[in-house]
Write a protein that binds this ligand. Sequence first.
Ligand SMILES: NC(=O)c1ccc[n+]([C@@H]2O[C@H](COP(=O)([O-])OP(=O)(O)OC[C@H]3O[C@@H](n4cnc5c(N)ncnc54)[C@H](O)[C@@H]3O)[C@@H](O)[C@H]2O)c1
Length: 259
Amino acid sequence: MKKFEGKNVFVTGAGKGIGYDICSQFAKGGAIVGLNDMDSDLANKAAREINLKLGSEKVFPYPANIAQVNNLEKKVSAFSEKFGGIHILVANAGITNYGAFLECTPESFDQLTSVNLRGSFFSSQYAAKKMIAQKSGGRIILMSSVTGVQAHDNLAAYGITKAGIRMMAKTLGFELGKYSITVNAVGPGATITERTLEIDPNYEENWNKVAPNKRTARTEDISSAVLFLASEEARHITGQTLMVDGGWTIHSPLPDGGA
Ligand SMILES: NC(=O)c1ccc[n+]([C@@H]2O[C@H](COP(=O)([O-])OP(=O)(O)OC[C@H]3O[C@@H](n4cnc5c(N)ncnc54)[C@H](O)[C@@H]3O)[C@@H](O)[C@H]2O)c1
């Protein structure tokens, strides 16, 4: 029997990047996966691609903007009803707005907080309500970042949301413990995705130079940590943020001229 067989997993912001890989890994592990993205074409395409690679239909698209929480609630409910419950939520969706603190607009700040904090908070609440009703415990994994631990240039508001997510893991872990629901966060360091390569074509080379282990994360490095926190072996871990950064937050140097 595969490790996640019989588990239903809902992953937000998963049309590409880290979320896409998380969906692929859970589906490979035998889970049924609800793949959310605000871009419905991308969500449909991603689910189709993963299923094609697997040769079986494990991944189902649930397009919605997680900042529009009423719509998100409907999608989480629809997934749970269709497949007989939800066991694991990965609140991965997050946006990054760059810019100096002195130039940050209220609109940019509200956009960041409504996706990264409000969206993650309510995804967790909707999933937790289902898990509590099922009476079989559950796992919630949030997506923080190294920028929630160390200050970065041009990422003031983003970093605040990612620090907030670390506290979210603690407070929700505390409140949901009595229902056998664990809540943890993963804190990726620089990770190679389409988005980070668009920002800096030399992203990998630049970050390889400064990471203590001299490498830049692949999406699989992040999904491995997520799958571990979702596993039976991690049943006694809650309220934690697992940094997956090759040791970068130990020292935190930036590459010369890199993003
Ligand atoms: N890539 C990195 O280096 C890195 C480092 C630290 C933390 N993170 C965090 O990891 C998560 C994933 O990052 P990524 O680099 O894979 O992102 P990405 O930008 O490559 O992909 C994110 C996906 O989320 C979708 N999305 C954006 N806003 C959404 C919303 N409101 N509702 C639903 N879907 C939405 C996008 O359409 C996109 O397909 C984010 O929370 C990010 O902050 C990434």
